[in-house]
Design a protein around this ligand. Structure first.
Ligand SMILES: *[C@@H]1O[C@H](CO)[C@@H](O)[C@H](O)[C@H]1NC(C)=O
Length: 407
């Protein structure tokens, strides 16, 4: 019991044992050097730990598509093939349309072959349930001369969405113009993707190119699809989502001109490429009209589209005293980590490890101290190990003055 208490009320003070050994000396300095190189080279120079970073980038994106296409013998302009029309950061360019004209609220045969039937009996048990294009009535009617299908109530005639159509190939030559403005609120720094060097004449004829025209804000659709490693025809057939990423990595310690956007391109819906259940991207919309007698009718459009998502990300850094100090303290503290490794080697693997252990861990009690003070035995003693010398320095100051302990 008493032993436990005296063991608890102890104090461990650091004592330095200077080991004059080439082996451990070189290991120690090399480890310290590696730690210093890591901090200076990686943490400070590469990761710029002396900077405070703003990652909350604020951004606005405006887009505009240009080009004319021909589809179903109709000339298509921007209002026909771009949706939504506001020119936001997410927009679709329609490549393929399946049009069902003059639909009215009525009764008609279902168009899908999986609802085929021979008599009313086949449809009756499904009456009231949803079919592909409406709600089934329970009757079997003829769809065409060779096929009978269950009748539905809904927008009629039912859409036939399995007909094969070719995509509008001119989309490949359409251009997308992107205007992006960003702000780093922490530094109140604003910039746009129109660099001051860009002139009106240049913008009229340039097309983005990752080597020659890295800052041209006009992108050819075919190029974007290619940069995203996609096949244009396959993408136009099934539809898909392409990401245009604008990255702003800015070092505001340098001049403002070196804070420039970088563009990269990927396919965002990569999962639907391999997936056969729901490949690609399509959606439906309708245009509504009214006849003179007040009956409503509509044109239903099933659109296959390439959707473009313009994603902006970035961060900016600027010198600041607080991260500099914190990281410098971390660097200096970490240099001491080398001691742990050296201690392991020294106390376990080096010749004379037992002697080092004895030197390093020493117990001193108050009674020993007082006897040592009274006998004035002091001085440094040499270790009997010949190739190394151990110098032990222990200086303690107390009210009674400085003294040193011998072994
Ligand atoms: C795209 O433009 C090029 C050059 O102007 C032309 O040769 C090509 O036929 C066009 N492609 C389509 C699909 O219209």
């Amino acid at each position: 019991m008493m032993g436990c208490i005296t063991d608890f009320f102890t104090y461990g003070t650091t004592k330095s044992v200077v080991v004059k050994s080439w082996t451990i000396g070189i290991i120690n300095r090399v480890v310290q050097l590696l730690i210093l190189i890591y901090f200076i080279g990686w943490v400070f120079l590469h990761e710029k730990a002396y900077q405070v970073r703003d990652t909350a980038i604020e951004s606005s994106v405006m887009t505009k598509v240009k080009g004319f296409g021909v589809y179903n013998n109709r000339l298509m302009d921007v209002a026909d093939y771009v949706t939504p029309t506001q020119g936001s950061s997410v927009f679709c360019i329609i490549t393929k349309l399946i049009t069902t004209e003059n639909q009215i609220q009525s009764w008609c045969p279902e168009s899908e072959t999986k609802y085929s039937c021979h008599s009313d009996e086949d449809c009756k048990r499904n009456a009231g349930k949803a079919a592909g294009n409406g709600v089934m009535t329970g009757r079997c009617v003829s769809f065409n001369s060779s096929l009978q299908t269950c009748e539905i109530k809904g927008w009629c005639p039912a859409e036939i969405d399995y007909i094969k159509t070719e995509p509008m190939m001119e989309v490949e030559n359409f251009t997308i113009f992107i205007k992006n403005s960003i702000r780093f609120p922490l530094f109140n720094f604003t910039k746009g993707n129109f660099l001051p060097t860009i002139t009106a004449a240049y913008i009229k004829k340039c097309n983005f190119d990752p080597v020659k025209n890295t800052y041209c804000p006009i992108f050819r659709v075919g190029d974007v699809v290619e940069f995203a490693h996609q096949n244009f025809i396959a993408l136009a057939q099934k539809g898909g989502v392409i990401g245009i990423k604008i990255g702003w990595m800015c070092d505001l310690d340098k001049s403002e001109d070196s804070c420039n956007p970088t563009y990269s391109f990927t396919r965002l819906d990569a999962v639907s490429q391999k997936n056969t259940v729901s490949p690609g991207y399509n959606f439906r919309y309708a245009k509504y009209y009214k006849m003179e007698n007040g009956t409503e009718y509509r044109t239903l459009l099933k659109a296959y589209a390439i959707r473009f998502d313009v994603l902006v990300n970035g961060n900016a850094g600027k010198f600041n005293m607080i991260p500099t100090l914190i990281n410098m303290v971390a660097a200096f503290t970490s240099v001491g980590v080398g001691t742990v490794l050296c201690d392991i080697i020294l106390l376990n693997f080096l010749k004379g490890a037992e002697q080092y252990k004895a030197k390093k861990f020493e117990e001193v009690s108050e009674s020993q101290i007082s006897s040592s003070v009274s006998s004035h035995s002091n001085g440094l003693s040499r270790n009997n190990s010949s190739q190394l010398s151990l110098k032990q320095e222990e200086k303690m100051s107390s009210d009674s003055g400085a003294f040193s302990i011998g072994q």
